[in-house]
Every structure is written in structure tokens, then in C-alpha cells.
Design a protein around this ligand. Structure first.
Ligand SMILES: [Zn+2]
Length: 189
């Protein structure tokens, strides 16, 4: 028998209608309840009702103010290009390729003259959405945002944070600067 929280498919038998009410995403037939949607079964014992929530099949939609996680894929004089993979704290990835841009003015709260001193290709960044255009306009000014993981380009190992804006390769000792997030290396990626 199915349980609360199970992933169910249309036509799947969920229970008896004398015990529970057939709610949204379900239908009743010959005293039994069946799923009419793909989704997650929610059994509300207080209301004695069954529902199938399509929640898990709806892709997450980015909103202004959301934090996103992505990878720096290109650095131009005025912008860093980010392949946005997911919203922070949301298990499911975004549908398809979403591109984000971090303009040089939105990197940190002080003047930045050289974007290559802040980011390098391959860095994993946590950034906040400030505008949604054809691309997501991102900022790494807030303290909690910035690079959360970086790799030594020579050794391809994860670099350690050694200062507020510096990382060190544990293998070759190479140092670099960057706009690091307060939570750099805390292992959330
Ligand atoms: Zn190295």
C-alpha cells in the first residue's frame, strides 16, 4: 500500500473512499481512490483527505532576491558569465541552461578594477539575483555570497581559504585572490 510522501502515478490505487476523502489530484471509483496526477501523495489525517501534489514535477523558478549556485564559465573585462545550476537550498536543478552575469560593479562593495582578481573560470559561486532579464543579473556584494569553491588550475584540487580574499592550493602552494563568500569551503557544494 502507498504511504504519505510516496511518489505516485496516474491510476495508482491510493486507498478506500470510506476511510478518506479524494482530494485534488485524485479520483474515486467503486469505493477506491486513485491518483489522477503524477506527484507526491499527501495524506491529511486531520481532514481525512488524500491529495496528489504535483510539486515535485514543477521546475523551480528563479525570483529576484533568490540565491543561486553556478559556475564561472567566462570572464570578460566588465562581466563574469555564470552557468547557473540551481537555486540555493532547492534540490532540483533549474530546467535547461540558465545564464547569469555578474557585472564588475556588482562584485563587492568596493571598487573593482580587475575582474580576474575576483573570479577565475571554474569557480563555484553563490550569488543573489538582482534582476531577471534574458540572463539573470547577479550580485556577489552581500557577505554571504561570492566564490564558495575554487580549484587550483594547475593541480585541479580544491583550494583552501587562507584570508578573507585569498585561497591557497594545498598541493603546490599557489595563492590567488578572489571575492570569497563568508561560507567558502563549508562544503555545501
Ligand atoms: Zn596547485
Amino acid at each position: 500500500m502507498v504511504e504519505n510522501g510516496d511518489f505516485v502515478l496516474p491510476g495508482e490505487e491510493l486507498g478506500f473512499s470510506e476511510e478518506l476523502i479524494a482530494g485534488r489530484g485524485t479520483y474515486e471509483e467503486d469505493g477506491r481512490i486513485y491518483a489522477s496526477n503524477v506527484g507526491t501523495l499527501v495524506i491529511d489525517m486531520k481532514e481525512r483527505k488524500m491529495e496528489v501534489k504535483p510539486g515535485t514535477s514543477v521546475p523551480p523558478e528563479p525570483k529576484v532576491g533568490d540565491l543561486v549556485i553556478g559556475k564561472i564559465v567566462d570572464i570578460k573585462p566588465q562581466v563574469a558569465i555564470v552557468h547557473v545550476a540551481k537555486l540555493e537550498g532547492v534540490e532540483r536543478g533549474l530546467p535547461g541552461a540558465v545564464t547569469g552575469v555578474i557585472r564588475i560593479a556588482n562584485v563587492r562593495d568596493s571598487y573593482v578594477s580587475d575582474l580576474e582578481r575576483e573570479f577565475q573560470v571554474g569557480d563555484i559561486v553563490l550569488a543573489k539575483i538582482i534582476r531577471i532579464e534574458r540572463e539573470l543579473q547577479l550580485t556577489t556584494v552581500p557577505k554571504e555570497t561570492g566564490v564558495i569553491k575554487s580549484f587550483c588550475p594547475d593541480c585541479n584540487v580544491g583550494a583552501e581559504k587562507v584570508g578573507r580574499s585569498q585561497t591557497l592550493c594545498p598541493q603546490c602552494g599557489k595563492k590567488r585572490t578572489g571575492k570569497l563568500a563568508a561560507s567558502y569551503g563549508s562544503g555545501q557544494v
